[in-house]
Ligand binder design. Sequence first.
Ligand code: BGC
Length: 782
Amino acid sequence: MKDIRAILKSMTLEDKIALCSGANFWETKAYEKYGIPSLFMCDGPHGLRKQENAADMLGVNESRPATCFPAEVTTASSWDTDLIGRIGAAIGEEAKDQDVGLVLGPGANLKRNPLCGRNFEYFSEDPILAGKLAASFIRGMEGQGVGSSLKHFAANSQEHCRFNSDSVMDERTLRELYLPAFEIAVKEGKPATVMCAYPKLNGVHCSDNQALLTDILRDEWGFEGLVVTDWGAMNDRIKGFRAGCDLNMPGGSAYMEKDALKAVQDGSLAEEDIDRCAERVLRLVFHAAETRKPASSCDYEAHHALAKQAALSGAVLLKNQDDILPLREGDSIAIIGYMAQSLRYQGAGSSHINPTHLSQPLDFLPGVSYAPGCDERGDTTDALIAEAVTAAKAAKTAVVFAGLPGRYESEGFDRESMALPEGHNRMIQAVSAANPNTVVVLLCGAPVECPWADQVKGILYMGLPGQAGGEAIADLLYGRTNPSGKLAETWPLRYEDCVSASSYGKTKDALYLEGIYVGYRYYDKAGKDVRWPFGYGLSYTKFRYTDLRMDGNTVSATVMNTGNRTGSEIVQLYMEAPQNGLHRPVRELKGFQKVSLAPGEKKSVRFTLSDRDFSVWQDGWKVPVGDYTICVGSSSRDLPLRQSVHRDGAALPVPQWQHGSFYETCMGTPTQALLESAMGRSYAPEVLKKGFFTMDNSVEEMKDYSFIMKIMYKAVEKTIAKGFGGKADYDNPEFRMMMASSAGSSLRSMQTSGGLRDGIMQGMLDMANGHFFHGIVRIIKG
Ligand code: BGC
């Protein structure tokens, strides 16, 4: 590696500051005079999105063709760390082939609520599962000499107001739920970079957050790489330098660089803080330049095959009454649903890929009859339903393709409900009434309500299966591959059952009232029925669990394939903690392994437990003394093997407010007062008021208080509408996303993402605050 310290020493202060923000949307700055090369980066988590012409952070403009692997929602359901590592490596190969040094993925945020518009890009509601899968992806990619970016650090579990909301939670919740996936991925994956998230965390922007970016990430977890902002997430460049927020992206705006320079000159910011960040930028770009190996083999056909394998492994068989699946060759089959001819295979937003191929299910299902049943928007008509019913009646089995059309789920906004489009529900209901042998293939990036689940015999959940999804579905339906995926998140019966349903997305700030009781941690403690539990998934064969043994920290169990087909089983280990002290979930996942078994074959699976597996966070990790139960089985609610074990440890104090509270019982609804007790502080939302607006406010927020912002909002709307035939089309996810990412983003984000000079947005802000002429002068001065 070059002598980075020497290069740093030779640089002027101005250049060091400037090096710490990008040259443009996707590149760092090159300096010939210092011999510093630039680094090209691009999204994303399940395939490359290299834009060579018009750049945007929304995936709207065309990118170079690349393999579109299944989204994380699907790869997560494979629970297959090896497979996900191979996907990371394949994306790394394509990155090398396309001259990309850093890929912006994977996403490791926790799925807190099923409506988060970006859940399809995240792995799980469980931090251990999310962390292990993210770590594998990172290892695969970094093994190719290509950097990864673990995102969005931290606690960015909603799209609503993502640019300027505050994630408000107690320390224990942060430590036990929202940080561990990142911690595992950092420690075990060693990503080149971590991307800091847009929202604030307990009142402090992630980009300014020294506790997060330095104390925890670097000092506690040993992260040695670089922190890059999410695109437009830099709040205060001076605080960012102090906090260890190294690289401000996208570049082009010189955002607050003059302020940082002044701060060093007047002694309020130490030059060492800038040096530390600049040095990390240098290390990243030189490492990328030096490890960049020529793309000796980038076989896009082989990657398509890998994408298919991932779609096969991530498919979850949710229901298979009377062994309706697999379909028998030669039987008459009616395929219903527009998605069979036009697959929903990826999500919208910055992860959007221009695929090298796209296989449509119908092309791989020869000899079937077909009726679309609905249109591409998910709407239907009496005529479409009548045609579908006729086709269904004439066949032995009807297979309905249903899910969420693109406009329902996207980066940039959250879903409005957990319902499928009305047209899809109608289609399933009509077809299943016409033919008792109905199977549903579901295509969506997050759980949906399935009011018809009892009326159909089979349900195969594909998530968003990527470019090879069509052929994978055909193989699964006909049993050429045995499904083996398991849900990485709980599917509630209805949205209202979700613990955060009454508060999620209702306010600008995200109040994590439910604390650690997210997903199965909540449903299990509340004793609530769910549609399908965490870890659940069927197979065309059967497995039997026996011989649970514990020897010190080692647990082993035997799993046997008792059916007559080869299949894979995901063996899961949960720990049940004592319930007589500090409140704890009923059970938590502590390990998992996927094993493939021929009929009659059995294998022993081993797990090693650590102290951390028994621990809770109470001013540090501590093991509470007591009797624990180790459980092994096939899902969070099917754990045939159990053994109790006594652990020595601490008798931890139970806070007074816990007694009889939601956290102790999971009964009723958690309140702000309870959260405040757990945080040890009170919370008050920001009050919007003319005269008090800051760069953190959005045009959308201010438009009801300020005439100038109202005009600006209309201007933004009109400009964006131009790209949509002049229509402000709020039904179109791209339009909504663009509005949310411009008028809905903070002024500072608008400035950095738009590459605008410092004075423009400041001037607009002055005007919004009632200082019209002052604002005009600021804008003119720039
Ligand atoms: C997204 C990131 C993405 C970046 C660049 C942001 O809006 O949140 O995930 O990597 O844009 O496209």
